[in-house]
Structure formats: C-alpha cells, structure tokens
Design a protein around this ligand. Structure first.
Ligand SMILES: [Zn+2]
Length: 316
C-alpha cells in the first residue's frame, strides 16, 4: 500500500477547519484556481461563513501556504473535491501569473508527477488526469469560470516548466519574500543607520579615547560637537594671528619711534655733560650721572626688532 504525504514540503502549514475525509488517492491532478483577490486566505477559510477551502494558496511573490492535508478533501470545487489537489492563486482572472507563481506551480506539478504519477498533460476533462481547471467541471463543480482564459492557457507554460525540472528540484520554503526581492525603504533605512553608527564609532575611536575610569555608558560627543570644536579652534587660531600682527605693527611703529626719541634725549643729556654742563659740581656725582647715561645709551644701542609672525629664522 502506497503512503501519500499529507504536506507539500514547500508550503507553510496553516491549517483551517474546512476539510473532510474521502480524498481518492492518488488524486487525478492539480487545479490552480484564481483567488479573485489578494492576500492570504487563511482568515476566510477559517471563517465558518465561508464554508470553503483549498489545499494550497500561492501568493504573487511565490509564497505558499497549505491549509488542508493532501490526504483529505479541501472544499474548493464541489463534486471535484474527492479527486483533485487545489491551489488558490493570488490575483484576478484578468491578471497573468507572476513569474514566481509560474515557477511555484511548475514545482508543485513536478512534485506531483513524482509522488502521484501525474501525467505531463493539460486536461479539460473532469474524469481525466493532469493540470485541469475549475471550470471544466461545469455545474457539478459549482458553475465557475475559474480561472479564466488567460490563466487556463498558461497551463501549457506551467507544464513545460515542470517537465524541465528534471530531476525535480527540492521545493524551497518561502516564508516572506524572494531572496532577490528589492529591499524596502525601511530595510534600507535600517542599513543606512547601522552604517552611520559604525562610521561615527570609528571616527570617535580615532578622535580620542574614553577617559580612564569612565563607564561603558559614558556619553561620547556627537559629530556636531566635534565639528564645533574644529571650527572654534580655527577661529581662535585666526584671532591669535590677528593679535600677533597688531603687536608686531606696534613694535615696529609707535614703540620704535617712542624709544628712538628717548634715546636721542639721553644722547643730548650726555652731550651736555661733555660740554661742561655740570662744571663746578661734585666730580664724583658728575661721574656717576655720566656712567648711568652711558649705560642707558648702551641699552638703547641693542637691537629693538621684534618679529612675531612665522617666517624664516632671522640671521643672528
Ligand atoms: Zn476556482
């Protein structure tokens, strides 16, 4: 006796209460239905008011959910329920399948070819085998147009893709999205924030070290603070250069002129002494005054040049 699996290995198991025994194994084939809507059908199939279900649900992105064991009847196509595996496919009859949906449907069918011996055939016979449609069962199956011409005609592409899967690939369980789906804005923001945090951390490590004894929660300066320090330092260095330039201008200008006038005055006094201005005075006192004036003149004779701005070293 052949044992058939209850679960499709590529789907997320999300059981619903709408099912019953009596599935004839192996099933005749596979029926991709059209959802005529969007999003998981877990809620609707769990709602007592719906009274319906399908074995599988396939989203635009290739996400697969399984609602009913593959050994029991799902409630998808009335009189067809005992013979067929059903899969609701997200979208409308006016919409083509997405490439991901085609790929998943092909994988399911190729899996069924191995497990159930499904033929590599498209069928429109409710008593046949292969990839069928809901509408082929007519009124006995509820009288639906499902899945519409566009998707019904896609069965040939699904079959071709399934046959091309040889040996059959192991179905890939897709929980949320394809690995090659574009990143969302939120995901990109998270990545950018983490990158910025790492950059700031690296900058901080280069700027300085945490003070000795500071705790791990010690608050590091923000990047804006570091920028303000740099700007303030630049401004202060500029102010210092301006002040130095002012001092230099003073020494070579007003100060030099003032000291030159004093030097001249001292020289005149010394000349008066030489001319006998203190004749008759105490010779010792006169000699003392002359000595002091000579000392002043000697001091004034020393260089009085002051260079504050950076430049070539002055020759001695
Ligand atoms: Zn249907």
């Amino acid at each position: 006796m052949t044992t058939y699996p209850a679960r499709y290995p590529g789907a997320t198991w999300r059981p619903v209460p709408h099912h019953s025994p009596g599935l004839i194994l192996p099933p005749r084939g596979f029926l991709p239905h059209v959802q005529m809507g969007r999003g998981s059908l877990l809620g609707w199939f769990s709602n007592a008011r719906s009274g319906v279900s399908s074995h599988l649900w396939l989203g635009y992105d290739g996400e697969l959910e399984q609602y009913v064991d593959l050994t029991r009847k799902a409630w998808a196509e009335a009189a067809g329920n005992p013979y067929w595996i059903s899969c609701e496919c997200e979208g409308t009859a006016a919409e083509d399948y997405t490439p991901a949906q085609i790929a998943r449907l092909a994988e399911i069918y190729r899996w069924g070819m191995g497990v159930y011996g499904w033929p590599a055939e498209v069928t429109d016979d409710p008593n046949g085998r292969g990839i069928g449609t809901h509408r082929m069962g007519g009124s006995a199956w509820g009288g639906h147009d499902c899945p519409g011409d566009l998707r019904a005609n896609r069965r040939h592409d699904i079959l071709a893709a399934a046959v091309a899967l040889d040996p059959p690939t192991t179905p890939i369980k897709i929980k949320e999205k394809e690995a090659d789906m574009p990143l969302t804005d939120a995901e990109m923001t998270t990545i950018a924030q983490r990158a910025a945090a790492e950059t700031l951390r690296a900058l901080w490590d280069q700027m300085c070290e945490r003070p000795t004894g500071a705790s791990d929660s010690w608050y590091p300066p923000r990047q804006a603070h570091a920028g303000a320090v740099l700007r303030r330092g630049y401004e202060m260095s500029g102010a210092s250069l301006t002040a130095a330039s002012s001092l230099e201008q003073f020494f070579v200008g007003p100060f030099a002129e003032w000291s030159a006038r004093i030097e001249a005055a001292v020289g005149e006094l010394r000349g008066l002494l030489d001319g006998g201005a203190l004749a008759g005075a105490d010779p010792a006192a006169a000699a003392s005054i002359a000595s002091r004036l000579d000392a002043l003149l000697e001091a004034f004779a020393a260089p009085r040049a002051y260079t504050l701005t950076p430049g070539p070293a002055a020759a001695q």
